[in-house]
Write a protein that binds this ligand. Structure first.
Ligand code: HEM
Length: 435
């Protein structure tokens, strides 16, 4: 089918929506704008992928996210090529290797989510505030020691949320590189630079290197690594409970029975992965926008009361999770289109966050944007469990960093990772002078 869409064919546009390169060079933002204007609920048939509806308007993304009975998660969580989906089905019998919260529907989803729900709410998180501020301080101290020239992504942003995750799960800091490598490989297998960094970490941790040449084989090996690593954590916390999130997960009960090893490992895996790359990418994207907007940087440094709003704008701008999928449980009407039961839908959050129907000047970074109903954390029953933690971490980092900066400038081209699911900056070379 070759219906023209703003200068290129429909086939080209469909392919671009799943093409990791279009996320790296951000050209997909132009495609999203085209779709919001011309076909916000767009039947998409990219080569090598099962077809789906592309949902690009903020209002539709929000409405579908909230309608969890009609649009479910279990069947298809994220965009993967047919070959990868078939391979996963061959191994696990369905479309998932893990059983994380985002792979499940209620009632099982809610039963598992409840185990940690209150742990992630502000009253509990406030107990960690001083410790997170201290972790932010040590990471900015480290940044200051690195000298004027450094790569903010690789030397600061990747490590700071990781240390927080290690702390909340109660994992030893000596395992940081192992966890970093595993979370990077889950989200970064489309990017050769991310995999090269991972190989370097592999040699430093003495673990078996990825790179069989077959992405599915590598992914399976990675999943096995998760299981081996976290099975030991579960056994340890069942034998010797401690005051950490891993203990809550390991000893979690659903319907009066302990949760399975698969459920426990999936739980650690989503906290470790979802809690890391997302916050790290947002911190890097936020700093880049401040470097590009010196008056905003100066205002923010002078007035910390602007920080919560600025963090919200960083999250809108970065939208590190580019999509999640839903599947229609019954026939439905969205934006005048008939969605058939069984059809899948991709909720393109980055597009929703640039929707001019909701945001004035959506392509401008405005630190005191108000209101800012950004949709980067999703909505409905799967609303990001870690959103308060993510905001707290980002506020703590910038509260520590900004007063110490005298000048900061780019010394090279920032580059994004080549990935269509969770993506963001993979390098941000800067020169800093300190106040
Ligand atoms: C779910 C984004 C940080 C843990 C999600 C979802 C999105 C998202 C889009 C799916 C929502 C939906 O389907 O409606 C983000 C962003 C973050 C971030 C943008 C940072 C800026 C974190 C952190 C943690 C975390 C720090 C934990 C330490 C989770 C979990 C889920 C989730 C466990 C699954 C919730 C469920 O299905 O019930 N996140 N996330 N996230 N996130 Fe986050």
């Amino acid at each position: 089918m070759t219906t023209p869409f703003a200068g290129y064919t429909r086939t080209t546009l469909d392919d671009r929506l799943v093409n990791p390169e279009a996320y790296a060079d951000e050209s997909v933002l132009t495609d999203y704008a085209t779709l919001r204007a011309e076909d916000p609920v767009h039947w998409t048939e990219p080569a090598g992928f099962r077809p789906f509806w592309s949902i690009t308007a903020h209002a539709d993304i929000t409405a579908i996210s909230k309608a969890n009975q009609r649009f479910t998660n279990r069947q298809r969580t994220y965009l993967a090529p047919i070959e990868a989906e078939e391979w996963t089905r061959g191994i696990s019998g369905d479309s998932h290797l893990f059983r994380t919260l985002v792979d499940l529907d209620d009632p099982q989803h809610m039963k598992l989510r409840r185990l940690t729900h209150s742990w992630f709410l502000p009253p509990n998180l406030r107990k960690l505030e001083a410790e997170i501020a201290e972790i932010a301080r040590t990471h900015v101290d480290h940044m200051q020691l690195l000298g004027p020239d450094l790569d903010f992504v690789n030397e600061v942003a990747l490590w700071y949320p990781l240390r927080v995750i290690m702390r909340i799960l109660g994992l030893p800091t000596s395992d940081e590189k192992t966890i970093l490598r595993m979370s990077q490989e889950i989200f970064g297998p489309q990017d050769p630079d991310v995999m090269a960094r991972s190989k370097l970490l592999t040699s430093e941790t003495g673990m078996a290197p990825p790179g069989s040449g077959n992405p599915q084989v590598d992914l399976f090996a990675l999943v096995q690594e998760f299981f081996v690593y976290f099975a030991a954590v579960t056994a340890d916390r069942r034998a010797t409970p401690r005051d950490d999130l891993a203990t809550i997960i390991a000893n979690g009960q659903v319907d009066g029975a302990p949760i399975s090893d698969l459920e426990a490992t999936s739980y650690y895996a989503i906290v470790a992965t979802a809690g890391h790359d997302t916050t790290s990418s947002t911190a890097s994207a936020g700093l880049l926008q401040l470097i590009r907007n010196p008056p905003a940087l100066a205002r923010l440094a002078a007035d910390p009361s602007l920080l919560p709003g600025a963090v919200e704008e960083m999250i809108r701008w970065a939208t590190p999770v580019k999509h999640f999928m839903r599947t229609a449980a019954e026939d439905a009407e969205v934006g005048g289109k008939t969605i058939r039961a069984g059809d899948s839908l991709a909720l393109f959050y980055w597009s929703g966050n640039r929707d001019a129907a909701v945001f004035d000047h959506p392509d401008r970074f405005i630190i005191d944007r108000s209101p800012n109903p950004q949709t980067a954390f999703g909505n409905g029953v799967h609303l990001c469990l870690g959103l308060h933690l993510a905001r707290m971490e980002l506020r703590a980092l910038f509260a520590e960093l900004l007063p110490r900066l005298k000048t900061i400038e780019l010394t090279g081209e920032p580059r994004n990772s080549v990935a269509n699911f969770v993506s963001g900056l993979k390098t941000l070379p800067v020169r800093v002078t300190w106040a």
